[in-house]
Design a protein around this ligand. Structure first.
Ligand code: ADP
Length: 476
């Protein structure tokens, strides 16, 4: 599973936290508004109920509401209060009186419900034909007889206000969360940008560029301290690697002469008459080993000299097609001895400005690897051509291939993939040298490979100018 980036995690955390806080605050706001509405309605109903009781007249036997219609305030109070009311006999639950609206909407309670309500005053919410109503029932006494007065009020306004508040919150919380998440994403990007800059600067510092340093922003913050620490590590690495390179150069140089002497002496010994077959085999095997050692020390010395900038290229116009064809002929004996078909596709001359001996060394290394890592019966091909401003040399094989894990490391010094380590000779320096030669010529190299099917190495070099190529062709 793909891991989330730090920026995404920060944004998600920030958005989730905000959504939870806003959700909590919204729900608190909604609950407190609902509680406030409740308290206001209940106070209104209890006020209405006790006020209305004051206007009930029992003198005629049948209770009726009496008031002075001239007094507008009282008229308004009774009209709004008396819109939904019922007066019950508290003993048997009979309806004694009720407002016209109450009768019309059949809002009265059954005698059993009345007897149940007599115990304690209570509020109840009902919905009649979609209209929300709240009733309050309270017990009153008159002439040692008790009565239950039930007064109701419509809740429509409060319910719709609460619904409006809820809708606003339901839209506002996600919208604010989305905006906050976008702002958080932007902010996290801004905060992490210096870190990304440090990362790419650190990535650019390879073993061959240890003299580079991470940029300091001069802000004296944690990031600057981190960059400073890394720079100190790079400085120590540069010194150590420098010493190792110097040591490698010295040791390869010192080994060269004794190796040449040993090789020469072994060759002379081999030519001596009267050697037993066993002796001859031992000396031949020694010669092979000396040859390998000599190649290795040569490679090490060359790389050390290249690192120290001591190699000067003798640039001239080189036809890489002619060079490739010549090297194919040179390597054919080796390829044939291993049962490999080696062919060249170099249809037209392609000129580059380069040092022919180093270019030869580069192509030979690639051909050597291709032959080394291809089983008998396989095929190796070298092709040259041009594309745009570049000349290309391509060496392809139908060999063992390189795994996707190994592919990014094959140009590293001393790197050898697990499969080749056990089966094929080598020190893991050939491709490092190839890469150095290509880069010293201003070119680039890349490899593609399929494990078990083969590999392809493509070298791109800048094409030589037409004028110098024409002069070169005329001189041939
Ligand atoms: P070596 O001396 O081991 O050949 P190189 O630097 O030339 O060192 O190559 C490094 C590694 O890259 C090899 O050990 C091998 O694993 C892999 N490699 C190079 N060329 C090929 C190829 N043509 N086919 C398969 N693997 C290759």
């Amino acid at each position: 599973m793909r891991r989330l980036s730090f920026r995404t995690k920060l944004t998600l955390f920030y958005a989730a936290l905000l959504a939870v806080v806003m959700g909590g605050a919204g729900s608190l706001l909604y609950r407190s508004a609902a509680a406030r509405f409740d308290a206001v309605i209940n106070a209104r109903l209890t006020g209405l109920c006790s006020g209305l009781w004051g206007y009930i007249d029992f003198t005629g036997g049948q209770p009726v509401i009496t008031y002075d219609p001239e007094q507008h305030e009282i008229l308004h109070f009774v009209r709004s209060g008396a819109r939904y009311y019922q007066l019950y006999d508290g003993e048997d639950g009979r309806v004694l009186a009720q407002s016209d609206d109450s009768a019309l909407m059949h809002l009265e309670l059954s005698p059993a419900q009345v007897i149940k309500s007599v115990g304690s005053p209570r509020f109840e919410d009902v919905e009649i034909r979609g209209v929300p109503l709240r009733f309050y029932s309270a017990l009153f006494h008159y002439n040692r007889h008790h009565y239950l007065l039930r007064v109701g009020t419509v809740l429509e306004e409060e319910v719709s206000e609460l619904a409006e508040l809820r809708n606003i919150l339901l839209v506002l919380i996600p919208v604010v969360t989305i905006f906050a998440a976008l702002a958080g994403w932007w902010l996290a990007g801004r905060v992490l940008r210096p870190l990304q800059a440090l990362q790419s600067a650190a990535q650019a510092i390879g073993i061959t560029h240890l003299d580079r340093r991470l940029p300091l922003r001069g802000t004296n913050d944690e990031l600057d301290a981190l960059a400073q620490t890394f720079n100190e590590v790079f400085a120590r690495l540069e010194t150590s690697v420098g010493r190792i390179k110097q040591f490698t150069a010295n040791i390869s140089h010192e080994l060269r002469t004794p190796l040449v002497v040993l090789q020469g002496e072994t060759e002379i010994a081999l030519m001596k008459p009267g050697l037993t077959e066993e002796c001859r085999q031992i000396l031949s095997s020694q010669l092979e080993e000396f040859d390998k050692l000599r190649k290795l020390t040569n490679q090490l010395l060359t790389l050390a000299q290249a690192d120290a900038g001591q190699i000067r290229l003798q640039k001239e116009v080189v036809d890489i097609s002619a060079l490739a064809c010549a090297l194919r002929d040179h390597a054919e004996v080796l390829a044939a001895s291993r049962g490999i078909d080696l062919c060249a596709k170099c249809p037209a001359p392609v000129a580059v400005a380069g040092d022919s001996s180093w270019l030869e060394r580069m192509v030979l290394n690639l051909l050597d690897n291709a032959i080394k890592f291809t089983a008998p019966g396989g095929r190796v091909e070298i092709a040259t051509g041009s594309s745009g401003a570049h000349a290309y040399i391509q060496v392809s094989d139908t060999g063992i291939g390189i795994s996707a894990e190994s592919l990014p490391h094959i140009f590293d010094r001393f790197y050898r993939s697990d499969s080749s380590r056990s089966e094929v000779e080598g020190a893991g320096l050939g491709l490092s040298l190839v890469k150095w030669i290509v880069e010293a010529h201003g070119g680039s190299i890349h490899a593609t490979s399929t494990l078990g099917a083969g590999s392809q190495f493509t070298v791109l070099l800048p094409l030589s100018s037409k004028a110098s190529f024409a002069a070169y062709a005329a001189g041939r």
